[in-house]
Ligand binder design. Sequence first.
Ligand SMILES: [Zn+2]
Length: 438
Amino acid sequence: MNAVREPAKRRALAVAIFGFSCGLLLSSPAAPPEKKDIVSVERTPRLAARLQPLGLDQLFEWEGRVYILVGPRDIWKLDRNRIPYLLESHKFPALNSRPSLLQGGINGDYHSYLELETDLQALERSYPQMARLFTIGITLENRRIYALKISDNVALDEEEAEVLFLGCHHAREWISVEVPFLLAKYLLENYASDAGVRRAVNESEVWIAPLVNPDGLEYSIRFYRYWRKNRRLNADGSYGVDLNRNYGYGWAYDNGGSSPEPASEVYRGSAAFSEPETRAVRDLFEQREFQALVTYHSYSQVILYPWGYTTTPTDKEGLHRSLAAAMSTLMAAVNGRVYGFGPSAASSYLTNGDMTDWAFGVSGIPAYTIELPPVDQLGGGFFNAERDIDPIFRENLPAALFLIDWSISNFGASPLGLREARADLLRGRGKVPGRHLR
Ligand SMILES: [Zn+2]
């Protein structure tokens, strides 16, 4: 589809779909949440090796133990593999809480889907020359996945560097919506007064999709705070595909970096790009010519780059590392918080089918996962205080501006055949690298 190259036509279509989807939204009943527990397992190399293939949702490590989010089937797996665990749910009173919708939800200053929609539309209305809102996909529950394009002459597709910022592949990572949204707001509100912002907006096209997984976010707000995946009803009756395991490069490479089991928190889906959310990002990516991207997650306060599916370095390790180091330095200067950085698989754990592996694999551009604060569970885990939203945004701002500036400089230095070269690379999209090659 040519959604992004034909804004007028696409916007008319989006309005039509929205009129239709509101009715569906009101009438579709939400599925009951699965009962979840948190258990801990002693952190030893022997147990870690036995845990890895089970595809469980490992939340964090604390005082020598790995904390894992489990359902009844996961407990059964632990029992069957004779892995000793302690039940820790009592330490997490919010685990299975179901706040009343009449109380206005539990998300406070954080955006819900409708609040974000309202705010994105308001930005477009306030800055019609610089901001244009696109619907890049429709979710299983008929919500829209939005991308805001920010540039001077926003109605035109100019020959300028393009940079992509994404948020909230994972539902419970609420802070990852706020940082890209606030970046959009900042660029627009400071265009008139800040020469640096003006140059960035004039000489680039910034695309910001703060909420890749709106169905999951709504479920996390209304029913179950720890929800991670989208809301796909799987063949076995379980819910959800891990969107950051559903991209088409190295998809299903092994069962350690993602799980073939639908009930797993890292379930990769029935096929690469089986989900409307990942297809929306893929289609946007293929219709644009991005020079760099950041996809925000939480938590652990670290800047990650490919590969996730293997510990073998990419051929752009040096570039990835030097840009990450520069971003980390800029970030630390704001609030003193130090973001570590490194290749994803070697720095944290194996993942396959993730967004940055795919984007880098098909295009070769710098592609970063920024895991926002806190650094660990003791600092709050997935629960960032409302008062931390602004400081976390402020420290990420110079890194985002740096990457935009780098993209502008890099675009100017690129050979004229850039478009053709990228088209060649993209023709190989979706190709799963063979194990014998790497
Ligand atoms: Zn995440």
